[in-house]
Design a protein around this ligand. Structure first.
Ligand SMILES: NC(=O)c1ccc[n+]([C@@H]2O[C@H](COP(=O)([O-])OP(=O)(O)OC[C@H]3O[C@@H](n4cnc5c(N)ncnc54)[C@H](OP(=O)(O)O)[C@@H]3O)[C@@H](O)[C@H]2O)c1
Length: 251
């Protein structure tokens, strides 16, 4: 259960090595020790993250999770709940891909659609069933402003985020009466491993800042946030632009 301060005792990170997900765990750990389940591919990066979170007082367990292994997802989610309730689950895994390759190479498009849309929907349904059964919990879905209005420059990635955003928004409506909360987080450009080597965009932010906003929003039971917050207004303006202008935007 969440403690009196609205912080989780058990945190599940699906995509447990994501810089943003790890920053969320660190943010919670700064206030109180907690149990963190790292569901991620078995890589040196996962081992390193597990050690870092242990060093800041987390009790860490590692669970194998690959977005492609859909037949294994149910067993993975079951094992994450095997030792007790999960208070907050963060759906953080995702890939950016190369935007031009993504619409000219069918396999590259399928990779984005699978990792960013099909797998999040699959694990979302499994998480929902477990949280419904325990009658409490919060699912945090890392979406993107790229999905709010899909741009020419990265429309395959944007389309996958539009789909996963719609799914988790609807899941929040469906789970409300069951005592389960869903928060959709829409960051802009975050300086993380995913964007390494790319030129920073306007209003760029950091995993720590996204984590800070996310932790506050979980506590306040918000259903959607933008990171940084001014992106909410920026997206309102962008969504209102007529298509002949919008499709020519250089970003
Ligand atoms: N960075 C940004 O600018 C930005 C902006 C908006 C939204 N987001 C979203 O935020 C989320 C986290 O991104 P991040 O910035 O923290 O990037 P990150 O550090 O690169 O994290 C990406 C995560 O996805 C995992 N992943 C990729 N393919 C996977 C697969 N097949 N199976 C399981 N896990 C897989 C990675 O695991 P491995 O360690 O095994 O590779 C890693 O944990 C993503 O969904 C991203 O789309 C990011």
């Amino acid at each position: 259960m969440m403690d009196a301060l609205g912080a989780p005792q058990t945190l599940l990170l699906l995509g447990g090595t994501s810089d943003i997900a790890v920053a969320i765990a660190r943010r919670y750990a700064a206030n109180r020790p907690l149990k963190v389940i790292l569901a991620a591919r078995d890589t040196p990066r996962r081992t390193k993250v597990a050690a870092e979170l242990s060093d800041v007082g987390c009790v860490v367990s590692e669970v194998d999770f690959d977005a492609h292994d859909t037949t294994g997802h149910e067993a993975t989610i079951e094992s994450c709940f095997a030792d007790g309730d999960v208070d907050v689950a963060v759906v953080a895994f995702g890939v950016l891909g190369d935007p031009e390759q993504a619409w000219t190479n069918a396999d590259a498009a399928l990779e984005l659609a699978t990792v960013n849309y099909s797998a999040p929907v699959h694990v979302g349904v499994l998480l929902a069933a477990r949280m419904k059964a325990q009658k409490h919990g919060t699912i945090v879905a890392l979406s993107s402003v790229a999905g709010e209005r899909v741009r020419r420059s990265n429309f395959v990635y944007g389309s996958t985020k539009a789909g996963m955003d719609g799914f988790y928004t609807g899941l929040g409506y469906a789970l409300r009466e069951h005592g389960v909360h869903v928060l959709v987080v829409r960051p802009g450009f975050v300086k993380s491993k995913m964007t390494e080597g790319l030129g920073a965009a306007p209003l760029s932010t950091t995993p720590d800042d996204v984590a800070e906003l996310t932790v506050k929003a979980v506590k306040a039971k918000k259903t959607a946030i933008w990171a940084p917050p001014p992106f909410r207004l920026v997206m309102l303006v962008l969504k209102a632009l007529p298509t002949p202008i919008f499709r020519l935007l250089p970003f």
